[in-house]
Each structure stands twice: as C-alpha cells, then as structure tokens.
Design a protein around this ligand. Sequence first.
Ligand code: MRU
Length: 340
Amino acid sequence: MDVVQPIMWSPVGDGVRILDQRELPTRELYRDLRTVDDVYQAIRTLSVRGAPAIGIAGAMGLTLALSDDALDRTQAMSAIAGAAARLKSSRPTAVNLAWAVDRVYRLALRNSGDTRALRECLRDEATRILEEDRAMCRRIGEHGATLIPDGARILTHCNAGALATGGMGTALAAIYVAREQGRTLEVYADETRPLLQGSRLTAWELSRAGIPVTVLVDGAAASLMRDGEIDLCIVGADRIAVNGDAANKIGTYPLAIAAKHHGIPFYVAAPASTFDPSTSTGDEILIEQRDASEVRCGFGAPTAPDGVGVYNPAFDVTPSTLISAIISDRGVHRPPYHFE
Ligand code: MRU
C-alpha cells in the first residue's frame, strides 16, 4: 500500500521536512523546519500531529539544537537539554513525544564525541525511531487486519493513519492491510470537532488510497450504529495506561459508550511507544486544553459569540472496560489488560 509520508529529513541542509497538515485537504505543502523552535511550533499548531508522528518530529528536532559545529561539549549538552525540555512541553498528552525525545537525549548523555559526531549519532537514533515506527505500524496492521471481516463497515475517529505516524498508521494500518489482503470494506470517518482531523485528514488519506470513505458529523455516530450500519470501531491512542485506559482525541469516549450500547466491538490500535508504564490508570493522564479560538472561530468564520466560555480539551480517556481489544505491534491484547 502506497501511503503518504508526513515526516522525513530535509534533503537540503539540516532540517526536518513535514507535510503541513493544517493545509490539508486543500494543499499538499511540504515545509522544512530548520530550528528547534520551528519544530516546537509545528507540533503546537498541529502542522505535524498524531502521537507517533510528534514523537518522531521531537526526536528529529532535537538534532537541530546542534546545528553549530563550534559549540563545545558543555554548550552542546546545555543546548540539547534545553531543546529536549522545550520540545517535550509542546504537547502534554501523547506519551510518544517524551518517550522519543528522552530516548535521543539519553544517547547524547552517553556519547563523548565532538558536536559534529554527537549530531550524527543523534541523527542516526532519530532515524531508527522513524524506521522502527514504520515497522511497528506494519505489524499493528497485520494484527489488526485479523479483526476485520470481509465487507466490514468500520467507524473511526480523528486520524490514526499514515499522516499520524512514520508508516501506514495504527487504526488505519489495520484497514490498509485488510484491503491488501483482498477484503472489501467501507470506512465511516467522524468529522472530529473542532479541528476536523477526520474529515480533512482521514478522508483525504483514505480517498488517496482508493478506500471508500464517508464523513459524518460526530453527533451522527450513535444513530449510524443504531441503524445497523457499523460492524466495528477502530481508533488510535495517545497514551495507554497500565490498566488499558486509553487517551485519544476528544469524542472517542462517547463513541466507545455508544459502541458498547449497540454491542459493536470497539478496538484501540497503538504502538508499544504509546503504552505508559508510569501511568496506572487513565485518571493520571494529563489532558491538553487548547485555545478557545479553535471552537469560537475554527476555520475563519465565527462559530460562537465573542467572549463566550469554551471547554476545549484535546483528548478524552476511554475506560478499558469499554475496549474490546487493544491492537499493538506485539499482538491483539484482550481484557483484563496489564501493560508494563
Ligand atoms: O490532536 P491530534 O490530531 O494530534 O490527535 C491525534 C489523535 O488523537 C490520534 O488518534 C492519536 O494520536 C493516534 S495517531 C496514530
């Protein structure tokens, strides 16, 4: 399956090249990020987004702290420490970001080379993170495809596809692999308020791959289930606690409740880098609150009166009791969950 690649090294000088997801579905615009701050801003503003992809961007972005060969060891280490802290602060919920940045930072602490050697070593590690993610996506797809019967009508939320990862996605990887294996299927993509990752991104990447997709407003999902039009739901995750509680894009939790009510399997797909052994339950997951302007005036037109109060959490937590199975690169996990 030929999928879009949203993040790579810039082929021109030091930099990280991203497909700017704020521009989709209107324009396919690639941008080169040249500084740590460029990467921080790209993550904050969702030009690059999705838990695995922001981890990869953070790891690659860290190397940009060392663009100046003249830095001595102390200056280089201080630049990396500052960059790591700044990048990790860009978004708090997806554990993949801290996981990937810390992995590269730990390697820096162990490397005793000069700035140029250190940069090369960190660049290799960030490349490994990207390549490992690609392989993990493929394995998630293979495990997930075993849960997708021929003719399945699948509901998904947000974008857990190639645009959100270094490979073919997580939730959408299962769909891509099922399709590769010759099954016919149909996808329903929740629009995903307020930033429309479902309609702008999931519908874009599935259409591009030739997979039939229908967009619906988030509030229509339960009715579609009641009408008997959905066979299974599959979504991604930004952090999975030890007990299997899963944080994902706001609107996932009500979807899981509706699926339970209608007896529809509800699956969560994520790589091992999304499991957080230091979080016992979903209650401990920090939920990012985003700016009121996303709700009051999302894409240019005012959608609420000026100054009105806004509640705009970016994620919610689905309790593990509502999750039929969690699909990872390690296999299909069934309850009771215990991830370490
Ligand atoms: O705010 P976003 O667009 O970064 O939110 C992304 C999601 O919630 C995805 O479902 C999740 O990161 C999994 S991506 C494989």
